[in-house]
Design a protein around this ligand. Structure first.
Ligand code: DC
Length: 217
């Protein structure tokens, strides 16, 4: 079974996907973490952001995801980079990096390998459209920009990062525009995905809608 959950930043994908994976006893894969790990590696090694240079770099690295104590940890060349991939620097560059064909192709291969041996829930931007067009279930989560910025700011503040909502809102807006307008695998709802506007819903309410749909199936 493959459950695809797509949507823009702050729409609730990862929170819902994690909870659902636990309930269903299947693997959760945060595909954004792969894009972030590559972005971190490119920054860290001062790689020029051309498709050719990035392709060359991708031949030298490994990105793996592991579940430790119930949460997904991201490893770059065997080193845990789960914290490093969430920095402002990575966040502001990741959408640009994810427009590169070399990056998308490299990650696509990894995504499909994981699904060969596991039932899973994967969240991202193109899971239901490109990565797993035949996924068992597809959901597309949305929420107003204002609400998404509010959630992200709260999440960062809870982690001890002092950041203002207006800054986060601008960053999300920029990322939305890039993710939706790129020519390769843009952020869009698969025609057969169930769309849920989470603006006025709690995590429990969204989880319950998805869980009920999957259980009925
Ligand atoms: O889910 P996230 O915010 O961690 O994702 C970071 C970026 O990675 C997102 O802005 C675009 C890119 N991404 C993508 O292009 N395709 C995916 N399936 C997942 C993420």
């Amino acid at each position: 079974m493959i459950i695809a959950i797509d949507g823009p930043a702050g729409s609730g994908k990862s929170t819902i996907a994690k909870e659902l994976a636990k309930k269903l006893g299947i693997l959760y894969v945060d595909s954004g973490a792969m894009f972030r790990a590559i972005t971190y590696s490119l920054i860290h090694n001062s790689i020029e952001l051309s498709n050719a240079a990035v392709l060359e770099h991708l031949r030298t690295i490994s990105v793996t995801l592991e579940i430790q104590n119930g949460s997904q940890e991201t490893f770059l060349n065997g080193k845990n980079v789960s914290v490093e991939i969430r920095t402002k620097e990575v966040t502001s560059l990741v959408s640009l990096v994810s427009t590169l064909p070399s990056v998308r192709e490299w990650i696509l291969v990894q995504q499909r390998i994981v699904a060969e041996n596991n039932d899973l829930i994967m969240d991202g931007r193109d899971i239901g459209t490109v990565v797993f067009p035949n996924a068992t279930y597809k959901f597309f989560l949305t929420a107003s920009l204002e609400e998404r910025a509010k959630r992200r700011t709260l999440e960062m503040n809870q982690k001890g990062v002092d950041v203002e909502k207006v800054t986060i809102q601008q960053e999300i807006e920029k990322r939305d525009a890039l993710d939706s307008s790129r020519s390769l695998a843009p952020l869009q709802k698969a025609t057969d995905a169930i769309e849920i506007d989470t603006t006025l819903l709690t995590i429990e309410e969204v989880s319950s809608i998805i869980f009920t749909t999957v259980n009925k199936g």
